[in-house]
Every structure is written in structure tokens, then in C-alpha cells.
Write a protein that binds this ligand. Structure first.
Ligand code: SF4
Ligand code: SF4
Length: 266
């Protein structure tokens, strides 16, 4: 088994999270079926989260051989008769180790799937890796940036089934609060658009992380319209608007300049 295939490199800098524990689970199972089967796990770092560490110890005791490799010296797999010849540089003995394998299993990177249809319906921001982004890592780990949309499982990040179930329960609990309450609380501070100044360029709409702006036609001209129930008052739109048409309640440019002057700025 070769770990971290196309993972933790320049194109996919993140750890796929579950491959090490899955490889060890499979290795232990193979040993249970036939103890004499030689099982090798070639790894960069064994990342056994939580109680899975116990399985790592169990696998070692069962005779699974672990060989580390470096990012700059990845294992080489070549066809060799009816076997696959795997050559790996073992940094501990500083020599090549050759394994003639009947079967090679690759733990490949877990990528977020592309789904343009779903993205069009659910405008939830994604992380740099392409997974749906939570609102706050510690305080709102299953809330998306959009009220009423919650995230769990692999849509959020690669994770095990038990973690996915725990997160799904949390997401269902959060959703039930909204359903039980029966209404949505709007933010007290929201953006407003001065339509006399707005040019209808749509920059604000493209940058709003909460999809709280629509560009609509008013008297044959395009104007930005704030969806007050969706606006979180973050101010991103105001900072990008080239016409300075947007103000966020209680944070007008004049008020912010006055604050800066009060602190001794120019
Ligand atoms: S960025 Fe400013 S000018 Fe452009 S549509 Fe939005 S409010 Fe109007
Ligand atoms: S203040 Fe933030 S949430 Fe509200 S419309 Fe502007 S960018 Fe969107």
C-alpha cells in the first residue's frame, strides 16, 4: 500500500485525512485472513487520528511492515513479469528497498467533486481546496456562510464515517433550531445602496460572500439591490464598490474617517 499518492503536494497541499486509518484497517484484515501474507505500507507520515492510534500499534504487532519515504523520493512502481516491482528509498537504512508485490493499493487524494448544478442552487463559498467552507471553525463548525444551509461529511472535508455521522447529527440539530423557531432573525447592521450613485457594475454582487445582492433593472438602468434578510453587514461590498454607493449601517465613510481622526490619524 502506498500512501499520500497525489496528496500533500503542490497541487493538493492538504492531507486526505482518512487514508492512513483505512490502509491500516485493510492491512489488519489481510493479516487476520492469512497471517503469512506480507503487507507493506509505504508512507510519508502515518496520521492516525484519535483512537485509531491503537490500530497502528496492532498492525505493527501483526507484522505489517511500515517504510517511510520522502516527498522528494517517491516510490517507483514498475511491471516485472506477473508481479509489480516497487522500489522505495528507506531513509533509515539509506538504501533502496525492493518489493515484488502481487497487488499494489494506492491511497490517492480525495478531491471535492465538481457540481455546477448544485453550486448554482447553493451559493456556499468553498475553501481554497474546493470543499464547502464552514462559517467559523470553532463556533459554527457545521454552519455554512448562508443561513439555513449546513455542512457535514465529505462535502466539508475528507473524514471518516463516524465523524461524518457525528457532524450530520450536529447539522440536523442546527437545522431543527431554525425550523422550530419558524422565522429568521435579520442582522441589525446591513448594507444599503445609494441608487443615485450606483452604476450597476455588479462588482458588489460578485464579491458578496452571502449572495445578498441582486443587480436589478430600475427605470431601464441596472442597480444593486441589497437583500436585507440575507445581508450580514460584513462590508465587503462597500469596500469594493468603485462608486462608493454602498454604506453599511453605522459605518458610513464619514463615521469611519471621524473615528480615524479621533485616534489621531490624518
Ligand atoms: S459595486 Fe457599487 S456601483 Fe457597482 S453595482 Fe455595486 S453598488 Fe452599484
Ligand atoms: S455587507 Fe456583506 S453581506 Fe451585506 S451585501 Fe455587503 S457584502 Fe453582502
Amino acid at each position: 500500500m502506498i500512501q499520500c499518492v497525489a496528496s500533500r503536494d503542490d497541487s493538493h497541499p492538504y492531507c486526505s485525512g482518512i487514508c492512513c486509518s483505512m490502509a491500516i484497517k485493510n492491512a489488519i484484515r489481510i493479516k487476520e485472513i492469512n497471517f503469512s501474507t506480507q503487507v507493506y505500507i509505504l508512507y510519508r507520515d502515518m496520521r492516525m487520528t484519535g483512537f485509531y492510534e491503537d490500530y497502528y500499534t496492532k498492525a505493527r504487532k501483526a507484522g505489517v511492515v511500515f517504510i517511510r519515504y520522502s516527498r522528494d523520493n517517491k516510490p517507483d512502481v514498475a511491471a516485472g513479469g506477473d508481479k509489480l516491482r516497487v522500489t522505495v528509498r528507506d531513509p533509515i537504512i539509506d538504501a533502496d528497498y525492493v518489493i515484488d508485490a502481487d497487488c499494489v493499493a494506492l491511497s490517492t487524494v480525495i478531491e471535492p467533486p465538481e457540481n455546477e448544478g448544485l453550486d448554482a442552487i447553493l451559493p456556499v463559498p468553498r475553501s481554497a481546496e474546493g470543499f464547502y467552507l464552514e462559517s467559523h471553525v470553532q463556533l459554527k463548525p457545521v454552519d455554512s456562510y448562508i443561513d439555513g444551509i449546513y455542512i457535514c461529511g465529505m462535502a466539508h472535508f475528507p473524514k471518516s464515517i463516524d465523524e461524518s455521522i457525528a457532524q450530520a447529527k450536529a447539522a440536523a440539530s442546527r437545522a431543527s433550531i431554525l425550523l422550530a423557531r419558524g422565522y429568521v432573525k435579520a442582522e441589525p447592521i446591513v448594507a444599503s445602496c445609494n441608487e443615485d450613485v450606483c452604476m450597476g457594475c455588479g462588482i458588489c454582487e460578485s464579491f458578496c460572500p452571502y449572495s445578498a445582492i441582486d443587480i436589478v433593472k430600475k427605470a431601464k438602468r441596472k442597480k444593486a439591490e441589497i437583500i436585507v434578510a440575507a445581508c450580514k453587514g460584513c462590508g465587503v461590498c462597500a469596500s469594493y464598490c468603485p462608486a462608493k454607493a454602498i454604506n453599511v449601517g453605522r459605518f458610513t465613510d464619514e463615521q469611519i474617517y471621524a473615528q480615524i481622526r479621533a485616534f489621531g490619524g490624518e
